[in-house]
Design a protein around this ligand. Structure first.
Ligand SMILES: [Zn+2]
Ligand SMILES: [Zn+2]
Length: 280
């Protein structure tokens, strides 16, 4: 239905434009194209290696465990497709991250610093700012995800839902347009006034990657399922319901907005296979 209402080829054309566009804009608009290009290439290799490498480790671990949330697999998971789309998402992310890295290599001032003194914050202030940042990222990703489930935009998100019973390789297997939308906030750090304390920032990013791996690994770890919800964060069981039912559990970090908007469904168990459909 969605593909007829909004031709999938339009979304695919925009996705491909994003893939080419992030690099073209970097090369054409950067004051130092070669510095930007080498920053992009290095970031892409580092991101793709780290994310796909961690996905390999998590998948090797998870696929040997039982019971699986969605039951035994009837056929091998499409790991190659998941990994390829993930690599495209890392390409887009590298096209964004290359900007602050280029700025730093050129000696320009940015909002990123490894030093707490450089931020001018006390420890309590640093904690408060980073907690606020987590809330902001959670709101950004929840409402992005809700928007991508509308008829107009579902074509950009449909690919992620082809992985109904995902592996960790699907953690970042989103199309280029969705990747651009997801990771766009990394550009905020370009503004010198938008202070980011490196140790906390990197820890939270790594934590987000690890959480996303767990959300897509396909199995439950009992102690994680007990502890993680107490922190307000999503779990593997929670996100598998989204892949199974499509119309519930949109949170990508926490379940705050799902609770507020009544899109959290604790009553749903993993459902039999159904076609992915948009839901507003
Ligand atoms: Zn997912
Ligand atoms: Zn979705």
């Amino acid at each position: 239905m969605t593909t007829r209402a909004q031709p999938f080829r339009v979304h695919r054309l925009i996705d491909r434009t994003v893939l080419v566009g992030v690099v073209a804009i970097g090369v054409l608009a950067s004051p130092a194209p070669w510095v930007w290009l080498t920053s992009f290439a290095g970031t892409f290799v580092a991101l793709a290696s780290a994310v796909l490498g961690l996905a390999y480790v998590v998948t090797r671990w998870a696929e040997g465990r039982s019971p699986r949330i969605q039951g035994p697999r009837r056929k091998p998971p499409p790991i190659r497709e998941e990994a390829f789309i993930t690599a495209q998402a890392m390409w887009v992310m590298a096209g964004l991250v290359a900007w602050p890295i280029t700025a730093a290599r050129l000696g320009a001032s940015t909002g990123f610093t490894w030093s707490l003194e450089g931020t001018g914050w006390s420890i309590p202030e640093a904690i408060a700012v980073n907690v606020a940042g987590v809330f902001a990222v959670d709101a950004w990703t929840y409402w992005k995800h809700r928007a991508l489930h509308t008829k107009l935009l579902f074509g950009f998100h449909r690919g992620h839902h082809t992985f109904r019973d995902p592996t960790a390789f699907a953690s970042f297997a989103v199309g280029p347009f969705e990747a651009l939308w997801t990771f766009l906030p990394v550009l905020i750090v370009l503004h010198p006034a938008a202070l980011h304390w490196g140790p906390a920032y990197v820890t939270l990013v790594v934590g987000f990657v690890c959480l996303n791996m767990y959300l897509h690994c396909g199995v439950e770890v009992r102690w994680l399922e007990a502890i993680v919800p107490k922190l307000g964060l999503n779990t593997s069981a929670f996100h598998n319901v989204h892949h199974s039912h499509v119309r519930a559990n949109f949170g990508e970090v926490a379940f705050l907005w799902d609770r507020l908007c009544k899109t959290r469904r604790d009553d749903l168990q993993v459902a039999p296979a159904e076609a992915a459909e948009p839901s507003a």
